[in-house]
Design a protein around this ligand. Sequence first.
Ligand SMILES: NC(=O)C1=CN([C@@H]2O[C@H](COP(=O)(O)OP(=O)(O)OC[C@H]3O[C@@H](n4cnc5c(N)ncnc54)[C@H](OP(=O)(O)O)[C@@H]3O)[C@@H](O)[C@H]2O)[C@@H](O)CC1
Ligand SMILES: [K+]
Length: 506
Amino acid sequence: MPFVSSFTVPLSSRPLLRLQEIRAIEAVEVPLADPPLMERAGAAIARAVIAHVPPGGLVCVLCGPGNNGGDGFVAARRLLALGRRAVVIGRFDGGGSGGEAAAAREAFVASGGVMLAGPDALETPPAAIVDALFGIGLARPIGEPHASWIEWGLAQTAFKLAVDVPSGLDADTGRCTGPCFTADLTSTFLADKPGLHTLDGPDRAGKVVVDSLGIDPRRHDLGLGRLLGLDAFADHLQPRRKNTHKGSFGHVLVVGGAPRMSGAAFLAGHAALATGAGKVTLCALDPNILSFSPVHPELMVGNAIPERGVDVLVVGPGLGASDPARALLARLLPSPLPLVLDADGLNRLAVDAELQESLRSRPIPAILTPHPMEAARLLGTEVAAVQNDRIAAAQELARRYRAHVVLKGCGSIVADPDGTWAINPTGNPGMASAGMGDVLSGLLGSLLAQGWPVPLAARFGTFLHGAAADRLVAEGIGPIGLRASETVAAARQLVNEWSERNRKAL
Ligand SMILES: NC(=O)C1=CN([C@@H]2O[C@H](COP(=O)(O)OP(=O)(O)OC[C@H]3O[C@@H](n4cnc5c(N)ncnc54)[C@H](OP(=O)(O)O)[C@@H]3O)[C@@H](O)[C@H]2O)[C@@H](O)CC1
Ligand SMILES: [K+]
């Protein structure tokens, strides 16, 4: 039987709060909450365990020294009270961040709960492991004994649940700081956190469920970050009116295609056509490029920039680093048309102050689509520094170049010049293959040509491309061997399905 899994995309956008924003909510709500937030958090964990673990299975709760551990003690006490088998692995050393967690530990022990000094003391293998070692208070890489407990936990076949954040993962950046838990499910509190959705976060957190602990988020500043969901695009995802013509959907000019690199420009052009641009022209640097594509004869191909009639520029796919490439950039960057700049266009930009200035001065900010290496070049830093805090890097690029930035990678970041940002939850490792960036550029150009506002186009193009790859994987096409050109047809299918589903009265 062919391998087929179900395809879903996140439907609802939601706020992503960084540490300071979560701490600000805690500062207001903790003194007011009755029952206390820790009690509510522990109850949520107990409910999640019960939903996933049959009665009779042993639940092993790993408790750390702070309030994350406190949540774990409450959960363990509640599980016992509900007739479940639960033990805690933790230390009686009295350390930690004070009263509430210590009180939770005492209440657990007073209710007959058993605390073990390490996993060796377990008599039966656990059915579930609850990771309540460290949450948002993680201050440095995890050492002993907690590192060994994590290593032991990862070797178990049990269901694994992380409390708030997998221990060892930085909740702001998604970086594993050292030993790091890997969960099937992360139950995260008050609001969702960016680190669960970018870099190492998606590998470590498993499914993420947000529990507001009964706090109304509208009472608080929800910051500048969002996790993208399909609902963000509903207003612009509409079926087409009947009374339209190709001019209604814009003319995209793809500029690139240097000798031996024309495939990149064809991919971008193909993606633009297949997702709804009215017309696409390729201006290639390769003088020997075919005058038309036998595979996609609808594309107009040449070596010249059309004098008029173009609505959107996509510059960079296969552009190369030659002097003529630089001359094209110098000519096109000041254009008043919406612009997507990718690949070699970005590399040239990184070393050319004059081009940078003309990018910054554009009347309509461009969309830049760097991968981490290109982002590092643009920021004059190392890839590791970009990946250390992908949100901050994307924000800095957006500010410095006055552009909308899509920082690609696991959990692509979209950042705007005004400081707002989003994480894209779609996509998979099949997209780590040649030509994917060219397809994304083409999709973005296509959306701009069809009138999407620039920040929304940056978000939806990224979301759509990842979702197309996800659908293909769900159909058994990838992730291994997924080809960029295959994502084009899947994107076309999705955009039609979603638009039809959103049909509103004209
Ligand atoms: N506030 C509330 O009411 C609510 C909080 N909630 C819950 O609390 C969590 C936040 O709690 P938290 O602030 O106590 O931080 P937490 O993640 O437990 O760790 C801090 C402790 O660990 C220590 N430590 C740090 N790194 C270390 C390391 N590598 N190795 C060893 N020790 C290390 C650090 O001590 P340090 O040595 O750094 O002084 C401190 O003792 C949050 O994620 C959520 O689960 C929810 O219930 C909602 C309501
Ligand atoms: K944890």
